[in-house]
Design a protein around this ligand. Structure first.
Ligand code: ATP
Ligand code: MG
Length: 440
């Protein structure tokens, strides 16, 4: 991508409305724009990061056996009347009437709709287990939308829904998502700790929130500090192994970890004082097992091996991609801007032409840009005629992991500088060496 032809509206000044660093940096880097309270456009740079986050989420959902579909944002109120949640949900639900005066709503979650899809076609235990997910916009008319896309009214959610014949089978489905979440957050460069959680309006029996420790987090959390160094399940984890996944779940729930709603001070006091971590955290994921809470009122049942009909046991599993992007920034930035983990960076490499219009600089940059793009790298080429200082500041602000800098003096020697955004380390090398480093 040539910056001269891209759309990346950088802000020079710190936006006054932004209270936390991630919101400030997302606005300054031109990643998002507020359209009305708690409702955002994702501008091209932000969209790239969001897409990469979603690709990792999708990859791990698929690995764990979940199947992607797409459900609409607008739902009929009837489904929610069946489950009894239409009245219970309150003012957070955006209620709409269509031209025939039929009550509709902008979905805050999809338990009812997915249960309806399930009951319309699954009739036998032989079709279980089943886990269906989508990555879709949600709307919740939050009392206090704030911190940009961290807590917005319209936001994106990956929501998965599992269906099983028995409680035991449903617990295995729960453990699959539990392990998938550990892997997902790890690949996003985050350490998320599963904490016992309240089941809230979704209702249910077993529930964990995945929390990232951050001073700007809205939740108060208490946990054993060893969680910070626990091993993440590997890529070859067997998601069909009941014992294997149970062992992962048991390990990751063996020590104290709870949010303030579920906090038990006496149990926490039993943790040796030096091992206690009481901190603030950001909830990035939440999983529930809720048994037959929706299948019973909505009549979602299958025939079991005994020939009788059974209400299915369900769970639901949410991750917030539009909250994850700022959460990653909260965890990874410095005074100059964002520092993206390579897995979600909007571009892999930025090529900075320090003197656009200078034939040698232009030729060198074009050569590098073409070679790296051909090798499948996402390259941003700063070919604008801004001052070098402005270009450096922009590159640092947008947090691309690697900068390749071509200035007249180095280029005259057939060299460029390669800078690591995270460490700030700079290395001078030949043009060929710079290309080979990232093509190899
Ligand atoms: P919170 O306690 O932060 O309000 P919640 O418990 O209501 O969230 P869930 O219903 O558990 O949220 O939703 C699953 C995930 O969706 C959350 O873990 C979070 O990542 C994301 N999410 C929920 N509400 C919002 C929001 N208003 N803005 C952005 N992401 C959200
Ligand atoms: Mg929650």
């Amino acid at each position: 991508m040539r910056l001269s032809r891209y759309f990346m509206p950088i802000l020079k000044e710190n936006p006054k409305e932004a209270e936390i660093v991630s919101h400030r940096l997302m606005l300054r880097a031109g990643m998002i724009r507020q359209q009305s309270q708690g409702i955002y456009s994702w501008l091209p740079l932000g969209k790239r990061v969001l897409d990469k986050v979603n690709a990792i989420i999708r990859d791990e959902q698929n690995r764990a056996g979940a199947i992607e579909l797409s459900m609409p944002t607008l739902q009929s109120a009837e489904l929610w009347q069946e489950s009894g949640r239409y009245d219970a949900y309150g003012k957070e639900m955006l209620r709409i009437k269509d031209r025939q005066d039929r009550p509709m709503l902008y979905g805050p979650t999809n338990e009812e709709m997915v249960t309806d899809i399930f009951r319309s076609s699954v009739k036998s235990y032989k079709d279980l287990p089943l886990n269906l997910y989508h990555i879709q916009l949600k709307f919740r008319d939050e009392i206090r939308p704030r911190f940009g896309t961290m807590r917005s009214r319209e936001f994106m959610m990956k929501d998965a829904y599992s269906f099983d014949l028995t409680r035991e089978a449903a617990e295995h489905s729960y453990n699959k998502m539990f392990a998938a979440y550990l892997r997902t957050f790890d690949r996003l460069g985050l350490r998320a700790i599963p904490m016992r959680a309240d089941t809230g309006p979704i209702g249910g029996k077993l529930s964990h929130e995945f929390i990232i420790l951050a001073d700007t987090g809205e939740s108060e959390v208490f946990c054993h500090k060893d969680f910070v160094d626990f091993d993440i399940p590997g890529a070859h984890t067997d998601f069909d192994s009941v014992e294997g996944l149970q062992a992962i779940f048991d390990k990751w729930t063996s020590l104290y970890a709870a949010t303030s709603e579920m906090h038990d001070q006496a149990a926490f006091n039993a943790v040796p004082e030096g091992d206690r971590l009481s901190a603030r955290g950001i909830e990035v994921g939440h999983i529930f097992y809720f048994g037959t809470k929706y299948s019973e009122p909505m009549g979602a049942k299958v025939q079991g091996p005994d020939g009788k009909e059974h209400f299915v046991h369900m769970g639901s599993y949410g991750i917030g991609p539009t909250r994850l992007v700022p959460a990653i920034i909260e965890a990874s930035h410095d005074d100059n801007g964002i520092i993206w983990p390579a897995s979600v960076a909007p571009f892999d490499i930025v090529v900075i032409n320090m003197k656009a219009g200078d034939q040698a600089c232009d030729d060198t940059c074009e050569l590098i840009y073409a070679a790296l793009s051909k090798a499948g790298k996402d390259v941003l080429y700063d070919d604008t005629d801004d001052r070098a200082g402005t270009k450096f500041a922009t590159a640092d602000l947008i947090g691309v992991p690697v900068q390749i800098i071509a200035g007249p003096r180095a280029v005259a020697n057939g060299e460029v500088e390669v800078k690591d955004r995270k460490t700030g380390a700079r290395e001078t090398m030949t043009i060929e060496a710079a290309i080979n480093r990232f093509v190899a």
